[in-house]
Design a protein around this ligand. Structure first.
Ligand code: ADP
Ligand code: ZN
Length: 723
């Protein structure tokens, strides 16, 4: 099979359209396979980046890519996201009018669309009309999303997928890429068989979700723990799964009463209410969805930060799938399960299928494995991966078990402090009193003579809880013993005398780490500006509201995090920020840039773009700024004699945005910088840039006369093309 004719390179598309600098996992190999005209089956976990595996080839190939997808909501989301990146994409489904559909056919006929999303029944149904139509236009690729739906062995069989077997016969020379997040071997084989794929490349990935932190907590009294967690994650959005409809409503109600933005979702609600709530959740207007498992399929929201199971899931498959909805954007996310024995009894009853012993047995076994997961003393990630037939290391370092696993350390100094206090207090006190003395407590309970001891206050560096932990450890390891008297006191042992008087060492376990992350820890090499990150989210929400699209489609949380970490301050920095493709930079770049600039000015911070490594010059060079309608409008209004402030006012944009629009025309030679910045000021600014670099606006400002404004500095910065 000859390599297919292409109109652009994958690396360039990745950078200029999607704004990413490198391929993930085996995306590159998969794309190469497609561009060589061959079929592929892609197995990748949720959030792995399946979409790019066909979206990039779609843009490299000359014709249209037909994407088969089972859910209308998903299609719409994907198409919205593509359109926002400047890609010509559309979907065809039954919700559209005849005239809309006819218009799309016209576009297809003229090869004006790069991707068209359709439901399977639409593709092959209706006497194969659409299939016949596709034969008359250049189709470059078929992509079958959620390909496991074709298999009866999968967990989500859809009979309408079966007809897709006809595709290969109808289009023998057009490559097919099938994608799924389902792992098991039987389904995999079945997909290959049913789709009649020809000598396909099978691309498997680990099903590990490294950015999901797994935690299981006891269910007794869980509400308090839950609200404490939610309180610490007030800005985040997440899903809480409950077993029953009634439970979702009750919990949502309680949470709302306690001041959280929550709503219930289950199949018993009217469709319009469900749709409305889902929409509010996608738009971050409802932060917490309390739902039955009816919620989630087809939710593409990338910034779900936590998934809580308030009740026990029925099996590992369900648990993995539900928790998998967290962290699609690759940022750290939590999976928190509250486990109680009562749920096990309830679910055991549900598993009884009358007249079907076989099925009952399977269900009970799966439930049992779920319980084992909760009770395991070994790494939870390893348990999950082994369950799906994958190898894993013993300690993942990011589940509750691994984090609390005991690590002995040399705690001689700590032991010496504690044991000296025991000795100085003549072995006549309990742990509480000893710790108060160590921590230098002013309490009246502490006798005056004890406040004069050398050990008084030498343990201020540790908290009470930490000292109690070490007291227990010292007892456990026989460095101390407890008297059997009515008021037990701590006494020294032979072992402790070694440590106190003979340079013996004491090895103890570290205190358990906080099990639930109180602060979201983010997978990120460098520190980021939290306040700026929240402000950027607010800006994104505002724009999303104005444009009536979900915020995560504009930029993912990870793009905003990149901004808040690397602090780009000139427009030439933006192509190096993850998720900032040419089209999005044009449309939103100035607004986000300005916010970062203002923050840097306020807090006197310099850019950290240099931490990102050298700019990807070769590719960014291709990303020439283009004239857009919005820039043109600013330019025209300026030509008509309006001031920058007036244009900003009129257009509801900030002056800095208008400046950035006009600097494009300065670079193009259509406007003269002299109109905006006095010549001698320009010279001063350029000299300052030469001397201090373009890293910090604040620094430039501080090194220039007061009469030179930030606007002028920005204008000059923007007008100097970056080599
Ligand atoms: P899946 O369909 O496998 O669940 P998606 O295709 O939705 O995953 O991708 C998940 C997220 O990862 C999206 O926000 C996507 O833009 C992002 N992503 C995909 N590939 C890359 C890449 N090479 N570099 C950076 N981000 C990527
Ligand atoms: Zn682990």
């Amino acid at each position: 099979m000859p390599t297919m004719q292409t109109i652009d390179s994958p690396a360039h598309i990745l950078q200029s359209i999607f704004g990413y600098d490198s391929f993930r996992h085996n995306q590159k190999q998969i794309i190469d396979q497609i561009l060589a005209g061959r079929d592929a089956l892609v197995l990748m976990p949720t959030g792995g980046g399946k979409s790019l595996c066909y979206q990039v080839p779609a843009l490299c190939l000359p014709g249209v890519t037909v994407v088969v997808s089972p859910l209308i909501a998903l299609m719409k989301d994907q198409v919205d996201a593509l359109v926002l990146s400047g890609v010509k994409a559309a979907f065809l489904n039954s919700t559209q009018s005849i005239s809309e559909q006819a218009a799309l056919s016209e576009q297809l006929k003229h090869n004006e669309l790069k991707l068209i999303y359709v439901a399977p029944e639409r593709l092959v149904g209706q006497d194969k009309q659409f299939l016949q139509f596709l034969k008359t236009i250049p189709v470059s690729l078929f992509a079958i999303d959620e390909a496991h739906c074709i298999s009866q062995w999968g967990h989500d069989f859809r009979p309408e997928y079966r007809v897709l077997g006809e595709l290969k016969d109808a289009f023998p020379d057009t490559p097919i890429i099938a994608l799924t997040a389902t792992a098991d071997a039987v389904t995999k084989k079945d997909i290959l068989l049913q789709l009649h794929l020809k000598d396909p490349g099978v691309f498997e990935n680990s099903f590990n979700r490294p950015n999901i932190f797994y935690t299981v907590k006891p269910k007794r009294g869980y509400y308090e723990e839950l609200t404490e967690y939610l309180e610490a994650h007030k800005n985040d959005s997440g899903i809480i799964y409950c077993l029953s409809r009634a439970a979702t409503e009750k919990l949502a109600e309680d949470l709302v009463e306690d001041g959280f933005q929550a709503a219930a979702y289950h199949a018993g609600l009217e469709k319009n209410i469900r749709d409305e709530r889902q929409d509010l959740f996608l738009k971050d207007d409802i932060k917490i969805m309390v739902a039955t498992i009816a919620f989630g399929m087809g939710i593409n929201k990338s910034n779900v930060r936590f998934v809580v199971h308030a009740d026990l899931p029925k099996n590992i498959e369900g648990y993995y799938q539900e928790t998998g909805r967290a962290g699609r954007d690759g940022l750290n996310s939590d999976a928190l399960l509250f486990f109680g024995a009562g749920d096990v009894i309830k679910l055991k009853n549900f598993a009884q299928i009358e007249g079907n012993e076989e099925q009952t047995k399977i269900l009970l076994k799966k439930l049992d494995q779920m319980v084992q997961f909760c009770e395991t003393k070994r790494c939870r990630r390893k348990y999950l991966l082994n369950y799906f037939g994958e190898q894993a290391s013993d300690n993942c370092g990011s589940c509750d078990v691994c984090l609390s696993s005991k690590t002995l350390m040399d705690a001689t100094l700590i032991a010496q402090k504690f044991l000296s206090a025991v000795a100085r207090l003549n072995e006549r006190f309990g742990a509480g009193y000893i710790i108060d003395v160590l921590r230098g407590s002013n309490s009246e309970k502490i006798r005056e003579e004890h406040k004069k001891l050398t050990v008084y206050g030498i343990g201020k560096d540790l908290s009470k809880d930490e000292w109690h932990h070490y007291a227990k450890e010292l007892l456990y390891e026989d460095y101390l013993q407890q008297s059997n008297s009515e008021y037990p006191v701590l006494q020294l042992t032979e072992k402790s005398k070694e440590v106190l008087f003979k340079s013996g060492k004491a090895f103890l376990n570290l205190p358990q780490k906080q099990i639930i992350n109180k602060e979201p820890v983010i997978f990120q090499q460098h520190a980021y500006e939290k306040e700026l990150f929240e402000n950027l989210k607010r800006l994104r929400n505002k724009i999303a509201h104005e444009e009536n699209i979900p915020p995560y489609i504009i930029f993912s949380d990870s793009s905003l995090l990149d901004l808040a970490t690397y602090l780009p301050i000139t427009s030439s920095d933006l192509p190096n920020i993850s998720g900032f493709g040419t089209y999005k930079i044009e449309r939103y770049g100035a607004a986000f840039l300005e916010m970062v600039q203002d923050y840097c000015i306020e807090y006197q911070m310099a850019t950290r773009m240099e931490l990102k490594g050298p700019p990807k010059k070769k590719v960014t060079k291709l990303v020439k700024e283009k004239e857009s309608d919005t820039k043109k409008l600013s330019y025209e209004q300026y030509q008509q004699g309006n001031s920058i402030e007036a244009i900003a006012e009129k257009r509801g944009l900030s002056p800095a945005t208008i400046e950035s629009h006009l600097s494009y025309y300065i670079q193009q030679g259509k406007l003269n910088l002299n109109e905006f910045v006095k010549h001698n000021h320009q010279e001063l600014i350029k000299a300052a840039i030469e001397k201090h670099g373009r890293l910090s606006l604040r620094k430039l400002k501080d090194n220039l006369p007061d009469s030179i404004s930030y606007g002028a500095i920005r204008m000059v910065l923007n007008s100097i093309p970056v080599e």
